[in-house]
Write a protein that binds this ligand. Sequence first.
Ligand code: FMN
Length: 92
Amino acid sequence: MDEPYLLFTYTDGLGSVPPIVDQFMTANFDLCKGIIVSGNRNFGHAFFGRAGDLLAAQYGIPLIEKVEMRGTPANYEAITDYYYSIWKEASI
Ligand SMILES: Cc1cc2nc3c(=O)[nH]c(=O)nc-3n(C[C@H](O)[C@H](O)[C@H](O)COP(=O)(O)O)c2cc1C
């Protein structure tokens, strides 16, 4: 990555970071401004979207939102608000 971005990752087995995302972040964490994670509550509260918790803690990057299935209007609003807080001049 050569410009700031938001990471949107899924969560893998037992609440882990997908290996390909792990590799990507090792190389690109410095320009990552926020993390959004998808997951499924069927895996239990401790594991839901845990890839986002782990990456946020490892790199000190804000975890913006955890999203399940299609997400909610509240997810959309939180992500949009954060996007504009970072890229004030940008428009979607
Ligand atoms: C093998 C496997 C393990 C998974 N483990 C977790 C998990 O530990 N925590 C979690 O929140 N979601 C888990 N998921 C759900 C995925 O993160 C989810 O499928 C992904 O975020 C995409 O969402 P969608 O299936 O609703 O499109 C797992 C999915 C698979 C297939």
